[in-house]
Design a protein around this ligand. Structure first.
Ligand SMILES: Nc1ncnc2c1ncn2[C@@H]1O[C@H](COP(=O)(O)OP(=O)(O)OP(=O)(O)O)[C@@H](O)[C@H]1O
Length: 688
């Protein structure tokens, strides 16, 4: 079976299942194989209730008979099934939410193995949401490490395991594409071995070997991809005739704040690039809230005043609209003429799009802000000289390729909030010069943080209410959109409803999540920006770039479920003005490790420090911790943790290209084919 085969070529996959898998980004058999486990579970020997209690935070398995009735209670929208087991005189209550069918599965007197966390609640020992096994089922799982995948409603871990097994059993071995010298030089395992061991490892050692190979490949493709594209483009002559202009100085003069020294310096680098002899290819790296946006705007104004077009491309519609409005305001306040920016996104109406295309083609629109819609086929630029993208679209060079087909190779500016050390940045952004904004605006007060458990909620709400009464606004982040079977995390929809009863009615509470239509999301974000909504309950859709300086409190529910980098990005949504801001990390699991991780955030607001501490705390053994790298998304590799693998992959890429710069030799054909597939899939994820 080919990796490119559609998912429906697998047994048991119909329309419905296919759609569900697409939600996880899985379209083909290959996607499924590369949908790696989030972590592994070890099914340890069952223990007694007493031992499970002593074990504390981790999961334990208890083998015992059900001694109570199996009760079913309906509480609001949820069904609660509960029963009791007794083991050597110790009773343990078992509770499941939203699983009414268990009533017909569990029998009083039946012997099972229950696996879950044991906690004391109202003087009783309780295991919430245990998994249920027969002895035979459990024994099978006890060999080796069991994969745990990230799920979505309707897709269980069991289903994923079954499907991946099916592929691995059927799949004819894919040909090895890495040259043998490379595999030997870097002690890499064979591809097929790596894929099967990552899903169903025989033991820890073989999993580590498999993971190393897959991480290496991921970095290698990334670097080769960039290098190959760069080869064609390096040091291209700047054919745009641009001069520094007083308009940018005027804009800087009339800003309500003064640029920091770091901002000024980076701005001069950009200005020098754009008015110099070679095309700009620059990355601007700066922590959340360091003020990258104004630099993007200045670059656009420089291009516009010189008569050229520029495009600012961002990952979400909400952000596109926010930037468009920000830029519009800036142009208006500075009384600049002829530079009215236009907005182009997927949800612009057909008429709006037509008008925008015409204005872009005729060169009437000089500054264009939008999403991927900016590089769709129908957009023809008159004289585009500058493209600004986000690091998520790190194939900036590739976009430039596409744009160059649309007329001329523009300057490229990439914005990044990922704190990576310079040595690694040079590898990962091999095609870019790097500027760093290493200073926050002077008036910023450091965000005050606290890490608390859910018992603190009433106090947190009272605090929020006081802040709202003082004119400020609040974000609350939940990990899920809606209730889902077997998942206990807070969800945006129920939380919003609950909160409406907590606050007095004049406080407007609204929700925001990725499943809303873009127009609805825009509407909510606009209302929030205008303080017509005081409390916004949201998923991580607000993580990237959203800027509402009047929002000064953030509370993250189930903080234990997020990576530290992600929490740092989220927290960056507050503390963006001169007012004291607060971030409350609320966790639902007092495990010591989680507590320690969250305390890193409590101690520091510095992205670099956090990344470093997180790595130190996780240690080399923790291979699949909560993902760290924020928006620098690799599937399995982790820029921080796998820094050595990254360096090796970079060296290997250098070796391969030195020998065969175009990957044209017969011995590199399989590698070239794999690389092309990788680049195509990267382009597809970007919607190109
Ligand atoms: N020098 C400055 N002094 C005071 N405020 C500033 C300064 N520069 C930018 N700001 C303001 O700080 C806020 C954050 O800036 P901006 O949105 O550019 O952050 P960012 O670097 O893009 O961060 P993120 O990565 O979180 O999106 C904005 O409200 C902006 O107007």
């Amino acid at each position: 079976m080919e990796e490119s085969a559609p998912l429906r070529s697998l047994k048991g996959v119909g329309d419905k299942t296919e759609k569900l898998f697409q939600k996880l980004g899985i379209y083909t058999v290959g996607d499924l194989l590369h949908y790696y486990p989030r972590e592994y579970d070890r099914y340890t020997e069952p223990v007694t209730v007493k031992e499970a209690v002593e074990k504390g935070a981790g999961k334990a398995a208890v083998a015992a008979r059900i001694t109570g009735n199996v009760d079913v209670k309906i509480a609001g929208k949820s069904t609660i099934v509960s029963t009791v087991l007794t083991d050597r005189g110790e009773a343990l209550q078992l509770i499941w939410f939203h699983m009414p069918f268990l009533r017909n599965v569990l029998k009083r007197g039946g012997a099972y193995i229950f696996r879950g966390k044991v906690a004391e609640k109202r003087h009783r020992m309780v295991m919430e949401h245990p998994q249920i096994f027969t002895r035979e089922e459990y024994e099978k799982l006890q060999n080796g490490l069991q994969p745990v995948y990230s799920l979505t409603a309707g897709i269980t871990n069991k289903l994923l395991v079954k499907m991946i097994r099916q592929v691995l059993e059927q799949k004819e071995l894919a040909a090895e594409y890495l040259p043998e010298e490379v595999r030997n030089a870097y002690r890499l395992s064979e591809y097929n071995f790596a894929v099967s061991q990552i899903h169903f490892p025989e033991n820890q050692e073989s999993m580590v070997l498999g993971r190393r190979r897959l991480a290496f490949d991921e970095f290698l493709f990334f670097i080769l991809g960039i290098q190959l594209l760069k080869e064609k483009k390096t040091e291209e002559k700047n054919l745009f005739d641009m001069k520094p202009v007083w308009e940018t100085e005027k804009v800087i003069e009339q800003l309500p704040y003064r640029l920091t020294n770091a901002q000024t310096q980076v701005w001069h680098e950009i200005e020098r690039d754009m008015t110099g002899h070679t095309l700009m290819n620059r990355l601007v790296q700066g922590d959340v809230g360091s003020g990258k946006t104004i630099l993007a705007f200045l670059a656009m104004i420089l291009a516009g005043t010189n008569g050229y077009q520029s495009a600012l491309m961002v990952p979400t519609e909400v952000l596109a609209r926010q930037h468009w409005e920000g830029l519009r305001r800036l142009i208006k306040d500075s009384k600049l003429t002829g530079l009215e920016p236009i907005l182009l996104t997927g949800s612009s109406t057909a008429k709006e799009k037509r008008e925008a295309y015409a204005m872009i083609a005729e060169g009437k629109a000089k500054m264009i802000v939008g999403t991927h819609a900016l590089i769709q086929e129908k957009v023809v630029y008159q004289n585009i000289a500058l493209v600004i993208t986000d690091e998520q679209h790190r194939f900036g060079v590739q976009q430039r390729e596409i744009l160059s087909k649309k007329g001329g190779s523009p300057h490229v500016l990439v914005m990044s909030a990922t704190p990576i050390p310079r040595t690694l940045a040079i590898i990962l952004y091999g095609d870019l010069d790097i500027s760093v904004i290493d200073e926050l605006p002077a008036k910023r007060l450091p965000i005050k943080n606290c890490v608390v458990d859910t018992s603190y909620r009433p106090k947190a709400y009272a605090f929020m209410q006081r802040q709202i009464e003082a004119g400020h606004q609040v974000y609350i982040i939940c990990p899920m959109v809606e209730e889902s079977e077997g998942m206990e995390a807070e969800n945006v929809l129920d939380y919003t409803n609950r909160l409406k009863t907590v606050f007095p009615s004049q406080i407007v509470v609204e929700s925001l999540h990725g499943r809303m239509k873009p127009a609805k999301k825009n509407q909510i974000m606009e209302a929030f920006a205008e303080n017509k909504i005081q409390v916004l309950v949201s998923t991580t859709v607000i993580e990237v770039g959203v800027n509402v300086p009047n929002a000064v409190v953030m509370m993250v529910e189930n903080a234990e479920r997020f990576g530290l980098a992600q929490l740092h990005q989220l927290r960056g949504r507050v503390g963006r003005g001169d007012v004291q801001s607060y971030c409350i990390f609320m966790h639902n699991d007092a495990g010591e490790e989680i507590q320690k991780r969250l305390e890193i955030l409590e101690k520091s607001n510095d992205g670099f420090f956090i990344a470093g501490e997180d790595l130190r705390l996780r240690g080399p053994g923790d291979l699949f911790g909560v993902r760290q790298s924020g928006s620098m998304e690799f599937k399995i590799a982790d820029v921080y943790q796998d820094a050595n693998i990254l360096k090796e992959a970079s060296e290997a890429a250098g070796g391969i290209l030195a020998l065969d710069p175009e990957l044209a030799l017969e011995q590199h054909r399989p590698l070239r084919e794999e690389l092309e597939k990788y680049m195509k899939s990267q382009a597809e994820t970007l919607g190109l």
